[in-house]
Write a protein that binds this ligand. Structure first.
Ligand SMILES: C[C@](O)(CO)[C@H](O)COP(=O)(O)OP(=O)(O)OC[C@H]1O[C@@H](n2ccc(N)nc2=O)[C@H](O)[C@@H]1O
Ligand SMILES: Nc1ncnc2c1ncn2[C@@H]1O[C@H](COP(=O)(O)OP(=O)(O)OP(=O)(O)O)[C@@H](O)[C@H]1O
Length: 284
């Protein structure tokens, strides 16, 4: 029996443009992913009997629908592994928040089991398997801040300033599918280049609809935007305000009401999972 405990970090979409819609309903995007130093913690213990168990069930979510279990299953069948696993998740990331918690749990399980089961799949292969479960999983598999196109899986690594953020989770849960299906969503943004983004910034095409549909998000947006430039991540519900340094983020945090769910976080170009995996490799 072998055990590994690994982080499953959050991501932000620093901007999100929708360029079009494919025939299968998925949207063609341009987005910029950066990781945060906030994460869930996933502990995986191997089993000899091939069973896959979630030791920390989520209220209202069948274990078989949990992306961590789905990820384990897909790896097991792709590699014909006879081994199983007990998986526990210490959840810190807000669910349905647009920070990719479920996708990140899945990517961490894929990496963790690939080590424990000694299945030796490349990152490219793990990302391919992950993409079958969700568009956000490949960036968590590769673990580097990235300019993304396609449905979010065509990744070009990028170095970005590792600025500070206040992340706020308004008190609502937003379904990604519902926002992508909304009739008022604009799906005709022109493609932009990295250089144009770095010069002028860019918006999140889901933001207007989300603020209109969810007054809680709109209220938090106005509060935060008074303190620093603020944007929605993914399809929400989380909003993030950007600061040049920790001190100014801390100052701003003091001005927000106590009843808001807030997080102070730093942008990371390498994900905490990959920092962890690298330090493991270095110590072997
Ligand atoms: C909003 C983002 O988080 C931005 O990074 C992602 O695009 C969403 O990634 P995700 O949660 O992993 O998405 P999936 O689980 O693959 O899909 C959730 C829902 O969003 C829709 N979806 C997702 C990604 C995409 N490029 N176009 C879509 O229309 C899918 O049709 C599905 O109904
Ligand atoms: N391990 C998991 N952690 C969180 N949610 C999960 C998990 N597995 C499945 N889900 C389901 O996925 C939904 C969205 O979860 P998640 O926290 O990843 O949302 P998100 O941050 O909005 O994701 P994204 O930005 O990728 O759209 C949850 O409401 C839940 O029903």
């Amino acid at each position: 029996m072998q055990q590994l405990t690994l982080p499953a970090p959050a991501k932000l979409n620093l901007f999100l443009h929708i360029l079009g819609r494919r025939v299968d309903g998925y949207h063609q995007l341009q987005t910029l992913f950066q990781f945060l130093d906030l994460s869930d913690e996933v502990t995986i213990t191997t089993r000899d009997d091939g069973k896959l168990n979630l030791l920390t069930p989520f209220p209202g979510l069948a274990d078989s629908d949990n992306l961590a279990i789905k990820a384990a299953k897909i790896l097991q069948s792709a590699t014909n592994s006879s081994l199983g696993a007990d998986i526990s998740i210490k959840k810190c990331l807000p669910m349905g928040g647009g920070v990719g918690g479920g996708s990140s749990n899945a990517a961490t399980v894929l990496h963790g089991l690939n080590i424990l089961w000694q299945t030796h799949l490349s990152d490219t292969k793990l990302a391919e398997l992950g993409l079958k479960l969700g568009a956000d999983i490949p960036v968590f598999i590769h673990g580097h801040a990235a300019w993304a196109e396609g449905v979010g899986e065509q990744l070009t690594p990028i170095e970005l300033p590792e600025t500070w953020f206040i992340l706020v989770k308004p008190n609502c849960h937003i379904s990604t599918a519902k926002i992508f299906q909304h009739q008022d969503l604009t799906r005709d943004s022109d493609p932009i280049t990295v250089a144009a983004y770095l010069q002028r910034g860019a918006r999140n095409d889901c933001e207007a609809i989300v603020r209109k549909q969810y007054p809680e998000v709109d209220k938090v947006f106005k509060l935060l935007n008074n303190l620093a430039p603020t944007r929605l991540t993914g399809t929400g519900a989380c909003l993030f305000a950007t600061f040049a340094n920790r001190q100014s983020a801390e100052q701003a945090l003091k001005q927000l009401p106590d009843d808001l769910q807030t997080f102070l976080a730093r942008g990371c170009n390498q994900s905490m999972l990959h920092k962890h995996l690298q330090s493991r490799t270095n110590s072997i």
